[in-house]
Design a protein around this ligand. Structure first.
Ligand SMILES: Cc1cc2nc3c(=O)[nH]c(=O)nc-3n(C[C@H](O)[C@H](O)[C@H](O)COP(=O)(O)OP(=O)(O)OC[C@H]3O[C@@H](n4cnc5c(N)ncnc54)[C@H](O)[C@@H]3O)c2cc1C
Length: 378
Protein backbone atom coordinates (compact mmCIF):
# COMPACT_ATOMS: atom_id res chain seq x y z
CA UNK A 1 0.00 0.00 0.00
CA UNK A 2 1.43 3.42 -0.86
CA UNK A 3 -1.74 5.52 -0.49
CA UNK A 4 -1.70 9.05 0.85
CA UNK A 5 -4.76 10.55 2.43
CA UNK A 6 -5.89 13.68 4.21
CA UNK A 7 -8.55 13.64 6.93
CA UNK A 8 -9.84 15.96 9.65
CA UNK A 9 -8.54 13.66 12.43
CA UNK A 10 -6.31 10.61 12.62
CA UNK A 11 -6.68 8.24 15.57
CA UNK A 12 -3.65 6.17 16.58
CA UNK A 13 -4.78 2.90 18.18
CA UNK A 14 -7.88 0.78 17.54
CA UNK A 15 -8.65 -0.18 21.14
CA UNK A 16 -11.99 0.79 22.61
CA UNK A 17 -10.77 4.33 23.40
CA UNK A 18 -9.52 5.08 19.87
CA UNK A 19 -12.44 3.31 18.22
CA UNK A 20 -15.03 5.15 20.28
CA UNK A 21 -13.30 8.47 19.50
CA UNK A 22 -13.36 7.57 15.79
CA UNK A 23 -17.03 6.64 16.06
CA UNK A 24 -17.98 9.86 17.84
CA UNK A 25 -15.98 11.97 15.35
CA UNK A 26 -17.56 10.21 12.36
CA UNK A 27 -21.02 10.69 13.88
CA UNK A 28 -20.25 14.41 14.14
CA UNK A 29 -19.45 14.49 10.40
CA UNK A 30 -15.65 14.58 10.60
CA UNK A 31 -13.46 12.62 8.20
CA UNK A 32 -11.44 10.16 10.29
CA UNK A 33 -8.74 7.54 9.83
CA UNK A 34 -8.27 4.92 12.58
CA UNK A 35 -4.87 3.21 12.46
CA UNK A 36 -4.31 -0.09 14.28
CA UNK A 37 -1.12 -2.16 14.28
CA UNK A 38 -2.91 -5.46 14.91
CA UNK A 39 -6.69 -5.90 14.89
CA UNK A 40 -9.12 -3.49 16.50
CA UNK A 41 -9.77 -4.59 20.08
CA UNK A 42 -7.05 -7.25 20.06
CA UNK A 43 -5.13 -5.85 23.05
CA UNK A 44 -6.42 -4.70 26.49
CA UNK A 45 -9.78 -3.69 25.04
CA UNK A 46 -10.62 -7.19 23.85
CA UNK A 47 -9.00 -9.33 26.55
CA UNK A 48 -10.12 -7.54 29.70
CA UNK A 49 -12.37 -8.88 32.44
CA UNK A 50 -15.44 -7.12 31.05
CA UNK A 51 -16.33 -5.20 34.19
CA UNK A 52 -18.60 -2.27 33.37
CA UNK A 53 -18.41 -0.70 36.77
CA UNK A 54 -18.49 2.76 38.32
CA UNK A 55 -18.17 1.54 41.91
CA UNK A 56 -14.63 1.83 43.24
CA UNK A 57 -13.49 4.57 40.88
CA UNK A 58 -11.86 7.70 42.25
CA UNK A 59 -14.25 10.66 42.52
CA UNK A 60 -12.34 12.43 39.74
CA UNK A 61 -13.53 9.77 37.25
CA UNK A 62 -17.17 9.61 38.29
CA UNK A 63 -18.59 12.35 36.01
CA UNK A 64 -17.01 10.65 32.95
CA UNK A 65 -18.03 7.27 34.27
CA UNK A 66 -21.63 8.44 34.74
CA UNK A 67 -21.69 9.75 31.16
CA UNK A 68 -20.30 6.40 29.99
CA UNK A 69 -23.01 4.67 32.00
CA UNK A 70 -25.62 6.56 29.93
CA UNK A 71 -23.86 5.64 26.68
CA UNK A 72 -23.69 1.95 27.68
CA UNK A 73 -27.47 2.00 28.16
CA UNK A 74 -27.77 2.69 24.41
CA UNK A 75 -25.13 0.15 23.36
CA UNK A 76 -27.12 -1.58 20.59
CA UNK A 77 -27.99 1.79 18.97
CA UNK A 78 -24.36 2.89 19.36
CA UNK A 79 -22.48 -0.16 18.05
CA UNK A 80 -25.13 -2.45 16.56
CA UNK A 81 -24.87 -5.35 19.08
CA UNK A 82 -25.77 -5.90 22.73
CA UNK A 83 -22.25 -7.18 23.49
CA UNK A 84 -23.69 -9.45 26.22
CA UNK A 85 -23.93 -6.29 28.33
CA UNK A 86 -26.01 -6.82 31.46
CA UNK A 87 -26.74 -4.47 34.35
CA UNK A 88 -26.34 -7.27 36.84
CA UNK A 89 -25.10 -5.10 39.68
CA UNK A 90 -21.56 -4.93 41.09
CA UNK A 91 -21.00 -6.33 44.56
CA UNK A 92 -17.86 -5.23 46.38
CA UNK A 93 -17.09 -7.59 49.20
CA UNK A 94 -15.37 -6.77 52.51
CA UNK A 95 -13.24 -9.45 54.18
CA UNK A 96 -12.72 -7.48 57.40
CA UNK A 97 -14.45 -4.79 59.41
CA UNK A 98 -11.73 -2.36 58.36
CA UNK A 99 -12.57 -3.09 54.72
CA UNK A 100 -16.28 -2.66 55.48
CA UNK A 101 -15.51 0.75 57.01
CA UNK A 102 -13.68 1.67 53.79
CA UNK A 103 -16.76 0.70 51.76
CA UNK A 104 -18.93 2.84 54.04
CA UNK A 105 -16.55 5.75 53.64
CA UNK A 106 -16.63 5.36 49.83
CA UNK A 107 -20.45 5.24 49.83
CA UNK A 108 -20.55 8.49 51.79
CA UNK A 109 -18.00 10.28 49.65
CA UNK A 110 -19.76 9.33 46.39
CA UNK A 111 -23.25 10.33 47.52
CA UNK A 112 -24.64 12.70 44.89
CA UNK A 113 -22.90 10.97 41.97
CA UNK A 114 -25.88 8.68 41.25
CA UNK A 115 -24.27 5.35 42.14
CA UNK A 116 -27.07 4.42 44.57
CA UNK A 117 -24.74 2.24 46.64
CA UNK A 118 -26.40 -0.14 49.11
CA UNK A 119 -24.38 -1.31 52.11
CA UNK A 120 -25.10 -4.88 53.22
CA UNK A 121 -24.09 -6.27 56.59
CA UNK A 122 -23.19 -9.94 57.03
CA UNK A 123 -26.80 -11.07 57.49
CA UNK A 124 -28.13 -9.05 54.57
CA UNK A 125 -25.31 -10.30 52.36
CA UNK A 126 -26.01 -13.95 53.24
CA UNK A 127 -29.75 -13.52 52.69
CA UNK A 128 -29.40 -11.82 49.33
CA UNK A 129 -26.29 -13.57 47.91
CA UNK A 130 -26.13 -16.97 49.67
CA UNK A 131 -23.40 -18.20 47.29
CA UNK A 132 -20.83 -15.74 48.71
CA UNK A 133 -18.29 -17.41 51.04
CA UNK A 134 -18.60 -16.88 54.77
CA UNK A 135 -15.27 -15.06 54.84
CA UNK A 136 -17.07 -11.92 53.57
CA UNK A 137 -18.32 -9.78 56.48
CA UNK A 138 -20.39 -7.40 54.35
CA UNK A 139 -20.52 -5.69 50.98
CA UNK A 140 -21.47 -2.66 48.94
CA UNK A 141 -23.83 -3.18 46.00
CA UNK A 142 -24.03 -0.85 43.02
CA UNK A 143 -27.25 -2.17 41.47
CA UNK A 144 -26.87 -0.68 37.96
CA UNK A 145 -23.23 -1.60 37.32
CA UNK A 146 -22.66 -4.73 35.27
CA UNK A 147 -20.51 -6.57 32.78
CA UNK A 148 -20.12 -7.24 29.08
CA UNK A 149 -18.11 -9.35 26.66
CA UNK A 150 -15.06 -7.27 25.67
CA UNK A 151 -14.26 -9.53 22.70
CA UNK A 152 -17.59 -8.54 21.18
CA UNK A 153 -17.89 -4.95 22.35
CA UNK A 154 -14.48 -3.45 21.51
CA UNK A 155 -14.19 -4.52 17.84
CA UNK A 156 -17.83 -3.49 17.39
CA UNK A 157 -16.92 0.12 18.20
CA UNK A 158 -14.48 0.09 15.27
CA UNK A 159 -17.05 -1.52 12.96
CA UNK A 160 -19.61 1.10 13.98
CA UNK A 161 -17.07 3.87 13.26
CA UNK A 162 -16.60 2.35 9.80
CA UNK A 163 -20.36 2.31 9.17
CA UNK A 164 -20.42 6.03 9.97
CA UNK A 165 -17.70 6.64 7.38
CA UNK A 166 -14.44 6.38 9.35
CA UNK A 167 -11.62 4.72 7.41
CA UNK A 168 -10.33 1.88 9.56
CA UNK A 169 -6.91 0.42 8.77
CA UNK A 170 -5.92 -2.76 10.63
CA UNK A 171 -2.48 -4.37 10.47
CA UNK A 172 -1.23 -0.84 9.89
CA UNK A 173 1.59 0.08 12.23
CA UNK A 174 2.45 3.75 12.60
CA UNK A 175 6.24 3.90 12.48
CA UNK A 176 6.94 7.62 12.22
CA UNK A 177 5.05 10.82 13.04
CA UNK A 178 5.98 14.34 12.01
CA UNK A 179 4.30 17.73 12.10
CA UNK A 180 4.98 19.99 9.12
CA UNK A 181 3.83 23.18 10.80
CA UNK A 182 0.24 22.79 9.65
CA UNK A 183 -0.67 19.14 10.09
CA UNK A 184 0.54 15.79 11.38
CA UNK A 185 1.84 13.26 8.87
CA UNK A 186 1.72 9.63 10.03
CA UNK A 187 3.85 7.13 8.15
CA UNK A 188 2.87 3.47 8.38
CA UNK A 189 4.91 0.32 7.87
CA UNK A 190 2.67 -0.71 4.95
CA UNK A 191 3.33 2.55 3.08
CA UNK A 192 0.13 4.37 4.02
CA UNK A 193 0.59 8.07 4.81
CA UNK A 194 -2.11 10.01 6.60
CA UNK A 195 -2.17 13.80 6.98
CA UNK A 196 -4.47 15.48 9.51
CA UNK A 197 -4.59 18.65 11.63
CA UNK A 198 -5.71 16.55 14.63
CA UNK A 199 -3.93 13.51 16.06
CA UNK A 200 -5.56 11.46 18.82
CA UNK A 201 -2.96 9.46 20.73
CA UNK A 202 -4.97 6.42 21.87
CA UNK A 203 -2.15 3.89 21.64
CA UNK A 204 -2.78 2.25 25.03
CA UNK A 205 0.31 1.06 26.89
CA UNK A 206 2.41 2.25 23.94
CA UNK A 207 1.15 5.84 23.89
CA UNK A 208 4.07 7.16 25.95
CA UNK A 209 6.36 7.05 22.92
CA UNK A 210 4.15 9.51 21.03
CA UNK A 211 3.84 11.79 24.06
CA UNK A 212 7.62 11.74 24.53
CA UNK A 213 8.18 12.60 20.87
CA UNK A 214 6.27 15.82 21.45
CA UNK A 215 8.22 16.68 24.62
CA UNK A 216 5.72 15.26 27.11
CA UNK A 217 7.39 12.15 28.52
CA UNK A 218 5.22 10.38 31.11
CA UNK A 219 6.29 7.84 33.78
CA UNK A 220 4.00 5.10 32.42
CA UNK A 221 4.70 1.43 32.98
CA UNK A 222 2.95 -1.66 31.59
CA UNK A 223 0.97 -4.00 33.82
CA UNK A 224 -0.50 -7.39 32.99
CA UNK A 225 -3.65 -8.35 34.95
CA UNK A 226 -4.03 -12.13 35.21
CA UNK A 227 -7.31 -13.73 34.08
CA UNK A 228 -8.89 -17.17 33.88
CA UNK A 229 -12.19 -18.71 32.89
CA UNK A 230 -13.73 -21.89 34.28
CA UNK A 231 -15.72 -24.60 32.59
CA UNK A 232 -19.49 -23.95 32.72
CA UNK A 233 -20.99 -24.59 36.16
CA UNK A 234 -24.52 -24.14 37.50
CA UNK A 235 -25.52 -20.48 37.22
CA UNK A 236 -25.66 -18.94 40.70
CA UNK A 237 -23.69 -15.72 40.50
CA UNK A 238 -26.12 -12.98 39.60
CA UNK A 239 -23.78 -9.99 40.04
CA UNK A 240 -20.24 -9.05 39.05
CA UNK A 241 -18.04 -9.06 42.16
CA UNK A 242 -14.90 -7.43 43.44
CA UNK A 243 -13.19 -7.19 46.80
CA UNK A 244 -12.20 -4.15 48.83
CA UNK A 245 -8.41 -3.99 48.77
CA UNK A 246 -8.30 -5.96 45.51
CA UNK A 247 -6.93 -9.45 44.92
CA UNK A 248 -9.80 -11.02 43.00
CA UNK A 249 -12.85 -10.20 40.88
CA UNK A 250 -15.32 -12.60 39.28
CA UNK A 251 -18.45 -12.78 37.16
CA UNK A 252 -20.49 -15.57 35.64
CA UNK A 253 -21.81 -15.51 32.08
CA UNK A 254 -25.18 -16.87 30.96
CA UNK A 255 -23.69 -20.17 29.74
CA UNK A 256 -22.20 -20.84 33.18
CA UNK A 257 -18.51 -20.07 32.76
CA UNK A 258 -16.99 -17.93 35.50
CA UNK A 259 -14.46 -15.28 34.48
CA UNK A 260 -11.99 -14.46 37.29
CA UNK A 261 -9.14 -12.02 37.54
CA UNK A 262 -6.57 -10.93 40.10
CA UNK A 263 -2.89 -10.22 40.54
CA UNK A 264 -0.38 -9.58 37.82
CA UNK A 265 1.24 -11.69 35.14
CA UNK A 266 4.33 -10.81 33.13
CA UNK A 267 5.36 -9.66 29.66
CA UNK A 268 6.82 -12.13 27.19
CA UNK A 269 7.48 -9.32 24.65
CA UNK A 270 6.52 -5.62 24.35
CA UNK A 271 3.08 -6.64 23.08
CA UNK A 272 2.43 -10.06 24.62
CA UNK A 273 1.85 -11.16 28.21
CA UNK A 274 1.03 -14.27 30.23
CA UNK A 275 -0.76 -14.56 33.57
CA UNK A 276 1.92 -16.76 35.18
CA UNK A 277 1.44 -19.64 37.59
CA UNK A 278 1.71 -17.61 40.81
CA UNK A 279 -1.13 -15.22 39.92
CA UNK A 280 -3.36 -18.04 38.68
CA UNK A 281 -2.85 -20.07 41.88
CA UNK A 282 -3.61 -16.97 43.97
CA UNK A 283 -6.86 -16.39 42.04
CA UNK A 284 -7.88 -20.03 42.65
CA UNK A 285 -7.00 -19.81 46.35
CA UNK A 286 -9.05 -16.62 46.79
CA UNK A 287 -11.90 -18.06 44.70
CA UNK A 288 -12.44 -21.05 46.95
CA UNK A 289 -12.79 -18.75 49.99
CA UNK A 290 -15.10 -16.20 48.38
CA UNK A 291 -17.02 -18.36 45.90
CA UNK A 292 -17.19 -21.85 47.46
CA UNK A 293 -19.50 -23.11 44.70
CA UNK A 294 -16.44 -23.05 42.43
CA UNK A 295 -14.63 -25.76 44.42
CA UNK A 296 -13.55 -28.43 41.96
CA UNK A 297 -14.39 -26.36 38.83
CA UNK A 298 -11.77 -26.66 36.11
CA UNK A 299 -10.03 -23.54 34.80
CA UNK A 300 -10.11 -24.02 31.03
CA UNK A 301 -8.09 -21.00 29.88
CA UNK A 302 -5.82 -18.36 31.35
CA UNK A 303 -4.60 -15.14 29.75
CA UNK A 304 -3.36 -11.61 30.34
CA UNK A 305 -2.96 -8.32 28.46
CA UNK A 306 -0.81 -5.21 28.37
CA UNK A 307 -2.16 -2.10 30.06
CA UNK A 308 -0.62 1.33 30.76
CA UNK A 309 -0.36 2.57 34.37
CA UNK A 310 0.70 6.03 35.54
CA UNK A 311 1.93 6.49 39.13
CA UNK A 312 -1.38 8.06 40.32
CA UNK A 313 -3.41 5.37 38.50
CA UNK A 314 -5.36 8.09 36.68
CA UNK A 315 -5.44 8.32 32.88
CA UNK A 316 -4.11 11.08 30.66
CA UNK A 317 -7.03 12.64 28.77
CA UNK A 318 -7.03 15.92 26.89
CA UNK A 319 -4.90 18.35 24.93
CA UNK A 320 -1.15 18.26 24.65
CA UNK A 321 0.50 21.22 26.34
CA UNK A 322 3.29 21.35 23.75
CA UNK A 323 1.73 20.55 20.36
CA UNK A 324 -1.50 22.14 19.08
CA UNK A 325 -3.79 19.55 17.51
CA UNK A 326 -2.47 16.67 19.60
CA UNK A 327 -4.92 15.01 22.02
CA UNK A 328 -4.11 12.19 24.43
CA UNK A 329 -6.32 9.40 25.76
CA UNK A 330 -4.29 6.66 27.45
CA UNK A 331 -3.07 5.11 30.72
CA UNK A 332 -6.35 3.73 32.04
CA UNK A 333 -4.75 1.57 34.76
CA UNK A 334 -6.96 -1.50 34.40
CA UNK A 335 -10.27 0.33 34.27
CA UNK A 336 -10.67 1.97 30.86
CA UNK A 337 -13.26 -0.40 29.38
CA UNK A 338 -16.25 1.16 31.15
CA UNK A 339 -15.33 4.83 30.66
CA UNK A 340 -14.00 4.53 27.08
CA UNK A 341 -17.23 5.59 25.30
CA UNK A 342 -17.30 8.84 27.31
CA UNK A 343 -13.57 9.40 26.78
CA UNK A 344 -14.07 8.98 23.02
CA UNK A 345 -16.94 11.44 23.15
CA UNK A 346 -14.90 14.01 25.13
CA UNK A 347 -11.98 13.75 22.68
CA UNK A 348 -14.39 14.19 19.74
CA UNK A 349 -15.88 17.29 21.40
CA UNK A 350 -12.38 18.74 21.80
CA UNK A 351 -11.76 18.29 18.07
CA UNK A 352 -15.13 19.75 17.06
CA UNK A 353 -15.50 22.64 19.49
CA UNK A 354 -12.17 23.03 21.31
CA UNK A 355 -13.82 22.13 24.62
CA UNK A 356 -15.70 19.34 26.36
CA UNK A 357 -18.55 19.39 28.83
CA UNK A 358 -16.72 16.74 30.88
CA UNK A 359 -14.43 17.79 33.76
CA UNK A 360 -11.11 16.37 32.55
CA UNK A 361 -8.59 18.82 34.06
CA UNK A 362 -7.51 16.22 36.63
CA UNK A 363 -6.31 14.02 33.76
CA UNK A 364 -4.13 16.62 32.04
CA UNK A 365 -0.67 15.49 30.97
CA UNK A 366 0.53 18.71 32.58
CA UNK A 367 0.64 16.95 35.95
CA UNK A 368 3.79 15.10 34.88
CA UNK A 369 5.67 18.17 33.78
CA UNK A 370 8.39 19.28 36.18
CA UNK A 371 7.26 22.24 38.29
CA UNK A 372 9.52 25.21 37.62
CA UNK A 373 12.03 25.88 40.39
CA UNK A 374 12.50 29.38 41.88
CA UNK A 375 15.76 29.65 39.97
CA UNK A 376 14.22 28.75 36.59
CA UNK A 377 11.35 31.22 37.17
CA UNK A 378 13.88 33.94 37.89
C1 LIG B 1 -6.62 -8.34 31.72
C2 LIG B 1 -7.26 -6.99 31.82
C3 LIG B 1 -8.45 -6.83 32.55
C4 LIG B 1 -9.10 -5.60 32.60
N1 LIG B 1 -10.33 -5.50 33.16
C5 LIG B 1 -11.05 -4.35 33.04
C6 LIG B 1 -12.37 -4.27 33.50
O1 LIG B 1 -12.94 -5.23 33.98
N2 LIG B 1 -13.05 -3.08 33.41
C7 LIG B 1 -12.46 -1.97 32.87
O2 LIG B 1 -13.11 -0.89 32.83
N3 LIG B 1 -11.19 -2.04 32.35
C8 LIG B 1 -10.49 -3.19 32.43
N4 LIG B 1 -9.22 -3.28 31.93
C9 LIG B 1 -8.63 -2.09 31.33
C10 LIG B 1 -9.15 -1.84 29.92
O3 LIG B 1 -9.15 -3.02 29.17
C11 LIG B 1 -8.25 -0.81 29.26
O4 LIG B 1 -8.11 0.32 30.11
C12 LIG B 1 -8.79 -0.32 27.94
O5 LIG B 1 -9.10 -1.41 27.11
C13 LIG B 1 -7.77 0.56 27.28
O6 LIG B 1 -8.19 0.78 25.96
P1 LIG B 1 -7.21 1.49 24.95
O7 LIG B 1 -7.96 1.68 23.70
O8 LIG B 1 -6.61 2.69 25.63
O9 LIG B 1 -5.97 0.48 24.82
P2 LIG B 1 -5.73 -0.82 23.94
O10 LIG B 1 -6.89 -1.72 23.91
O11 LIG B 1 -4.42 -1.37 24.39
O12 LIG B 1 -5.58 -0.24 22.48
C14 LIG B 1 -4.44 0.48 22.08
C15 LIG B 1 -4.17 0.04 20.64
O13 LIG B 1 -3.12 0.85 20.08
C16 LIG B 1 -2.47 0.06 19.14
N5 LIG B 1 -1.16 0.65 18.82
C17 LIG B 1 -0.16 0.93 19.68
N6 LIG B 1 0.89 1.44 19.02
C18 LIG B 1 0.54 1.48 17.71
C19 LIG B 1 1.21 1.91 16.52
N7 LIG B 1 2.47 2.40 16.54
N8 LIG B 1 0.55 1.83 15.33
C20 LIG B 1 -0.73 1.36 15.28
N9 LIG B 1 -1.40 0.92 16.38
C21 LIG B 1 -0.77 1.00 17.58
C22 LIG B 1 -2.34 -1.30 19.83
O14 LIG B 1 -2.10 -2.34 18.91
C23 LIG B 1 -3.68 -1.40 20.56
O15 LIG B 1 -4.63 -2.18 19.85
C24 LIG B 1 -8.51 -4.47 31.93
C25 LIG B 1 -7.29 -4.61 31.24
C26 LIG B 1 -6.69 -5.86 31.18
C27 LIG B 1 -5.39 -5.99 30.40
Amino acid sequence: MSAQMQVDAVVLGGGIVGASAALMLARKGKTVALLERDFCGSHSSGVNYGGVRRQGRPLSQLPLSQRAHQLWSHLPELIGIDGEYVRSGHLKLARSHTDMAALQQYAESTRGFGLDLQLLDHGQLRARFPWVGDIAVGASLCPDDGHANPRLVSPAFARAAKRFGAQVFEQTEVTHIEHDGQAFVLHCANGLQVRAPWLLNCAGAWAGTVAAQFGEAVPMHSGHPAMLVTEPVAVVMDVSTGVEGGGIYARQVARGNCVLGGGQGFATSPQQARPGQAAVLEILRNAVELYPFLAGAQAIRTWSGTEGYLPDREPVIGASTTQPGLLHGFGFAGSGFQIAPAVGEALAELVCTGQTTQPIDAFSIRRFQPTPTRQSIA
